[in-house]
Structures are given as C-alpha cells and as structure tokens.
Design a protein around this ligand. Structure first.
Ligand code: HEC
Length: 126
C-alpha cells in the first residue's frame, strides 16, 4: 500500500508540474479586442528599432537576456511563436499590465512611444 506521505509527495510533484506548465502560458493573450487590433504607430523604422534596442537593454535584458532568448528558467524567451503570433497591440497591452504575480513588472510608467519602440525592436529579432 502507498503510504500517505508518498501520496502527498506525488501530489505535490504533480501540482508543481502543473504550476510550471501554467507559467508564461500566454494567458495574457486574452487581450481586449480594442487593444488587440492596435497597430504600432512607429512602424519598423531604423530609428524606432535603435531606440527600442537601447530601451530593451536598459529595462528588459536583465531578465529576458541580452538577445531576448530568456534564461531558460524563470524568464521566458521573447523570440517564440507566441510572441511572433501576438499582435503589436497584444504586446503593448501586456507591457502596460505586466504580470507581477509571475515576476513580470508593469511598464505603464514608460511613455507610450517607448513601449512601441521596444516592440519595434522585438519585431526586428528573428
Ligand atoms: C524582473 C524581471 C523582468 C523584467 C525586468 C522584464 N520582464 Fe518580461 N517577463 C518576466 C517574467 C518572469 C515573465 C513571465 C511572466 C508569466 O509567466 O506570465 C515575463 C514575460 C514577458 C512577456 C510574455 C512572454 C510570453 O511568452 O508569455 C513579454 C512579452 C515580456 N515579458 C516583455 C518584457 C519587456 C519588453 C520588458 C522590458 C520593458 C520586460 N519584459 C522586462 C520578467 C521580467
């Protein structure tokens, strides 16, 4: 018979696995339709991309890594299918909201134009 201690351990293991799978699961893609449809007003000009690269390195790289590939653990890559498939508006909305419960700060205090510059930079990455 399985001891209750073992059962508890097994349950703990399962719930941790579920929690890990749920992290960064793209729940933030439930973006309001109005935001989802927004288009980056700065488009992908070289100036916007350069400014976005500087902002990225100031604000984001310590978590998401110097080339936005994440750290393979807690901090996700920003060069995934999910990010490629998200609209500019989705990402801008998420940057404003953040997900503090999961370690992603809100960037609502940045000027709107700077969030769009960061998005232009992310879009320039393969
Ligand atoms: C203090 C660490 C930290 C900083 C700084 C940070 N992030 Fe994050 N970010 C995270 C974590 C942790 C997650 C995963 C959150 C989750 O599980 O929902 C995340 C998730 C994201 C996601 C969603 C990824 C996905 O696939 O779901 C995007 C987009 C993102 N961050 C962009 C940025 C940008 C752009 C900046 C800079 C303006 C930034 N982050 C700064 C920690 C950070």
């Amino acid at each position: 018979m399985i001891s209750s201690r073992r059962l508890l351990l097994a349950l703990l293991f399962c719930s941790t696995a579920v929690a890990l799978a749920a992290s960064s699961s793209g729940r933030w893609l439930l973006v309001p339709a109005k935001d989802h449809a927004r288009i980056n007003p700065l488009a992908a000009t070289p100036q916007a991309i350069d400014a976005g690269a500087m902002l990225y390195h100031t604000h984001c790289s310590q978590c998401h890594g110097p080339t936005a590939l994440g750290d393979g653990r807690k901090h996700p890559s920003l060069r995934t299918d999910r990010i490629h498939q998200a609209t500019d508006g989705d990402i801008e909305w998420f940057l404003r909201q953040g997900d503090l419960a999961h370690g992603m700060p809100s960037w609502s205090s940045l000027p709107t134009s700077q969030r769009w510059q960061i998005i232009a930079y992310l879009r320039s990455l393969p």
